[in-house]
Design a protein around this ligand. Structure first.
Ligand code: FAD
Length: 469
């Protein structure tokens, strides 16, 4: 369909003020945070900003009838080209549709539109003494729609789990424009064993099965106290063993983070006042709950760390906790300091391996970095084996980019070989779809069949997950 006809059709569905069609505006929608999106040209033909289920449904029905690809988009903070229009067509920007429709306190749930930003939801819930536990590092950017579509999580997943555990039901516009409600039409219960769990099928489907227009999510009481322990190890291998000892003691911290030698060096260059000891690994434990249990668990962790040969500091003082946490919170930004003329790129950044193989994975990733002569900064959520690797390169140097591609491929294959996955929380999108057959075997065919059943014309976010890019 030519662009004038597409524009005319969209104007019949959406207010013209909420349609973007000049080249500059469209180009702004050809990126997310992934390195791949910077390297390609994935420009939409038109961008629409719907504000109601009826508008989304109208757009989908039109697109389906005319075979026009539609790519839903939240804040564009994804790392996988998920919201980037691989085949042009319509980008549906849902970030402005950001109302918290209801906080249903007696039923411990909330209803939100897809564009609500994660940190805003938690600010809103705090007034009721509640919170939504999944906590991505992109909290001030990412939308709830994007989080549901990517099944996002973060540092506290070790205790609280991922987004999928909190989604009770969804309103979804299917690729042909039909609107469904999953989790029970009028349901407000916290459990529901009735029928196939369609909610789970949409969570993590990365905008390939439908557009999420309303999210019914579970909320939890806010913990009243928090404490942080920092443990420093001379040898990397001591760290996973110490984490296991904490679990063996019956303690489930709300966060367990690791910084390896490179991350420690990067933080010290970026914020010298942080002054982290130059050891092989630092572990940060966060515990939360009531004041007495936090104090008890913190002291236990302190003892366990000492027995594992670490120098350790435990604190519940807010200022000291902030200082202890500082190293972890700045590491992503600090990574590029290890190579002042380089840029940190998001590629191969999210592998997840079994806990027992974290040290091996970290060592091998560092060896690969040396082999390809690329700076690798490693950190992440060791409590669930999710390792983040910040790769620092000169993106204008084709030789380095070629080496980066080989390094990323090896990191992804290493994760699968170790019994893990190419992505613990960021998703597949375009950047990891080549590994889907290796990760899923013939289960991938079942995923494709679900996709084809819901989207026989293939209009919904094509070019992602199911087929190698
Ligand atoms: C600095 C930084 C830190 C990050 N830290 C974390 C982290 O700790 N944990 C983590 O999990 N991720 C993290 N991310 C990745 C990213 O923020 C998450 O994947 C996030 O959930 C994406 O949300 P978004 O609104 O930006 O979605 P987008 O990037 O816009 O879209 C992501 C996917 O969701 C789909 N989508 C968006 N809205 C809808 C909708 N309404 N209906 C259907 N599909 C939809 C898109 O098509 C796309 O496939 C980080 C990113 C950055 C830049």
């Amino acid at each position: 369909m030519d662009s004038a006809a597409l524009l005319k059709a969209m104007k019949k569905i959406v207010d013209p003020d909420r349609i973007l069609h000049n080249e500059l505006e469209r180009r702004l929608y050809s990126y997310d945070s992934s390195f791949l999106s910077v390297r390609g040209r994935y420009c939409p033909d038109i961008v629409v900003l719907p504000r109601s289920t009826a508008e989304v449904s109208g757009i989908m029905a039109f697109a389906c009838k005319n075979g026009i690809p539609v790519t839903p988009r939240g804040a564009g903070s994804g790392e996988t080209c998920g919201c980037v229009p691989a085949r042009g067509g319509i980008v549906m920007d849902l970030s402005g549709w950001d109302t918290v429709e209801e906080v249903d306190v007696p039923n411990m749930q909330a209803l939100v539109r897809p564009g609500v930003v994660h940190s805003r939801l938690n600010e809103h819930l705090a007034r009721f003494g509640l919170f939504f536990p999944p906590d991505p590092g992109s909290t001030r950017m990412c939308t709830l729609g994007g989080m549901v579509a990517n099944n996002s999580s973060g540092m506290r997943a070790v205790k609280y789990g991922t987004t999928e555990q909190y989604i009770l039901g969804l309103e979804v516009v299917l690729p042909d424009g039909e609107v469904i409600v999953t989790g029970g039409q009028n349901c407000r219960s916290l459990k529901n064993a009735s029928g196939i769990n369609l909610t789970k099928i949409f969570v993590g489907s990365e905008g390939t099965l439908g557009v999420i227009t309303l999210i019914r999510l579970r909320v939890w009481p806010r913990p009243r106290a928090r404490g942080i322990a920092m443990a420093c190890f001379d040898r990397l291998e001591q760290a996973p063993e110490a984490v296991l000892d904490v679990y063996r003691a019956g303690i489930l911290p709300s966060g367990i983070e690791i910084l390896d030698q490179s991350a420690i060096a990067a933080v010290n260059l970026y914020r010298p006042e942080t002054n982290l000891p130059p050891v092989e690994a630092i572990l940060l434990f966060e515990v939360d709950g009531n004041p007495a249990s936090v104090e008890w668990e913190g002291r236990e962790i302190e003892e366990i760390m000492k027995k594992n040969g670490a120098a350790v500091e435990w604190s519940t003082d807010p200022q000291r906790m902030a200082a202890l946490w500082q190293g972890r919170s700045v590491v992503a930004a600090a990574a590029a300091r290890l190579r002042p003329d380089g840029t940190r790129v998001f590629a191969g950044e999210d592998v997840c391996v079994p806990l027992g193989r974290v040290a091996e994975a970290l060592r091998k990733i560092k060896d690969l970095g040396r082999q390809y002569d690329i700076v690798v900064v490693a950190y992440g959520h060791i409590g669930d084996g999710n390792i983040h690797t910040a790769l620092v390169i000169d993106p204008d140097n084709p030789d380095e980019v070629a080496r980066l591609d080989r390094l990323v491929d090896e990191i992804h294959r290493l994760a699968i070989d170790l019994g893990g996955t190419t992505t613990g929380e960021h998703g597949v999108g375009m950047v990891r779809s080549a590994y889907s057959p290796l990760e899923h075997g013939n289960a991938l065919e079942t995923m494709r069949r679900i996709k084809e059943a819901l989207d026989p014309r293939g209009v919904m976010n094509p070019g992602k997950i199911y087929h190698p890019w």
